[in-house]
Structures are given as C-alpha cells and as structure tokens.
Ligand binder design. Structure first.
Ligand SMILES: C[S@@+](CC[C@H](N)C(=O)[O-])C[C@H]1O[C@@H](n2cnc3c(N)ncnc32)[C@H](O)[C@@H]1O
Length: 265
C-alpha cells in the first residue's frame, strides 16, 4: 500500500501494531490494511473487544476528569497511543485549563500524530520512548520542561502494561515510578486480564495470531492489584473499566480487563 503522509518513514506498513489496531477498534483512521485485517480477525470471533476498547477509553477520560477535579494539574500518560477519540489533554483542560500533559509512546505513528495534534498546545509535550527504560523517560529534559515532579502528578498506565511481559519487570518499573512521584500523586492503571470463560477454538486461534504479532501478558486481578503496592486505592477500587465511576448505565461486557486509580500517601 502507499505510505500515507502521516506515517513516518521508519514505520513498517506490513507489521500490525497495537496502537493502530486499537485506533481501528475505536473507529480511528490512523491504521493500515495489516492492522485492520488483524483487528477484523479478532472482532469476527470476539465482537466484544470493540466494546472493551471503548470501555477502556471511557475509563481513561473519567479518571482524568476526576483527578483534574481533585486538583491534579500534571498528567504523565505512558503508552498514550494515537489520540483518536477524545484524549487526555482535552479531558484535563475541560476541567482544568492550566493542566500540563506529557504523552509518551514507543510507536512512531502514535508519536507523529500526537505531535501534529498538539503542535499549538504549549502545555502539552510528546516524547517517543520505550517505558521499559523508565529512567530515560523520567530523566528526559522535555519531561522536566513541562512537569515538576516535586509536585503531585497523575501517572497513567492505561491499556499498556499488558504489552510488557514479566520478563521485562513491569512491577519494578511501576515501583520506580511510584518512588519518584511526589506524595499526593496518583497512579491510574488498566490492564487486560485472563479471560474468565473458555475460549472457542476460533477465538483461541485469533488470540494466538494477535499475540504472535504483539505478545500480550494477561494478568490476574491479584497480579494487577500488585502494581498498586504502597498506594491507597480510591473508590470504587479495581473494577471492570466500564464500571469505574460510570456516569450512565454503561454496560460492561465479560470482564476482560481491570482498571483502578490509587493515591500516593
Ligand atoms: C492499547 S493502546 C492504549 C492507548 C491509551 N493509553 C488508551 O488507553 O487509550 C497501547 C499503547 O501502548 C504503547 N506501548 C506499548 N508498549 C510500549 C512501551 N514499551 N513503551 C511505550 N509505549 C508502549 C503502544 O504503542 C500503544 O500506543
């Protein structure tokens, strides 16, 4: 296929990426044929994944609005993705126009598109980095030009930790983050969990094709709760993202992930 103008030259058009598959599931336009094909294979056997993507995005928005309402003025969004349908700086600015936001993603399309969207926004910075090297992120001069880590910050790890296998020590990465942020800061996490029901052979095959291209570390509720070690969970705790401070009767499907927000005392 022809390379669209928004796709940086280093992007491999033949390899599906989690950022672009997720963009497609949300109805976004920044994806390639290979991403759409992979997404459709999954949707064909598990149509609820689309709802799950929307539920995750809804959790992200409500968490940001809640935290901005609680007085947080700095947001560090790790694994921020392609800003498809509503994004963190818009949600934060609706409540607190003075909020400052740093987006971090490893995917070149997510970064290029985020940069294009926030080009005019002085209070928003986009950094391309792999969060597994969290010290590099925390030491980045661009981050310190936007955020004062001596003041409370909301760190968002929404829909990203399942892309970091245990062999890459995500718990140690999160602990390092928690150690660095000031008291009064918050940590928001959503992460895919082990499916409660047995997969059909077709679902199993689609899951294997997806995870072959993009390995996914499914975690139990207890394992996900472990990322919040040393923090105080705020209400309603670790729940289905669709049910986290839901504003209407947003329907949760089968519980395919857990979401929660906690405060550093
Ligand atoms: C499913 S999207 C979630 C986007 C957004 N946080 C949301 O919830 O709407 C996951 C994002 O994490 C990014 N990602 C995966 N592994 C990463 C890593 N090691 N470092 C930085 N970003 C990563 C992907 O590129 C993708 O954009």
């Amino acid at each position: 296929m022809d390379r669209p103008a928004w796709a940086p030259p280093e992007v491999d058009l033949d390899r599906p990426s989690p950022a672009r598959i997720y963009d497609y599931m949300l109805g976004g336009l920044h994806n390639f044929a290979v991403d759409r094909q992979m997404a459709e294979q999954v949707i064909a056997v598990a149509p609820e994944v689309r709802l799950a993507a929307h539920a995750n995005r809804g959790f992200l928005r409500r968490a940001v609005e809640h935290l901005a309402g609680a007085g947080v003025r700095q947001f560090l969004d790790l694994g921020s993705g392609i800003p498809t349908v509503g994004n963190v700086h818009e949600a934060a600015h609706r409540v607190a126009p003075d909020a400052r936001v740093v987006y971090v993603d490893v995917d070149p399309v997510a970064v290029a598109h985020s940069r294009a969207i926030v080009a005019e926004e002085e209070q928003v910075t986009v950094i391309q980095a792999d969060i597994r090297d969290i010290d590099r992120v925390l030491d980045a001069p661009e981050l310190h030009a936007q955020l004062d880590l001596k003041e409370p910050v909301a760190v968002l790890l929404v829909g990203v930790l399942h892309f970091i296998p245990d062999s890459d020590a995500p718990a140690a990465m999160v602990a390092r983050l928690v150690d660095t942020i000031a008291p009064g800061s918050y940590l928001a996490i959503s992460q895919v969990t082990t499916p409660p029901q047995t997969l059909t052979p077709e679902q199993q095959a689609a899951a294997e094709r997806y995870t072959k291209a993009n390995p996914v570390a499914m975690r139990t509720r207890d394992e996900i709760a472990g990322f919040f070690a040393g923090l105080e969970m705020i209400d309603p705790g670790l729940v289905d993202p669709a049910r986290w401070r839901a504003e209407d009767d947003e329907v949760g499907g089968m519980v395919s992930s857990f979401a929660g927000v906690a405060r550093k005392p």
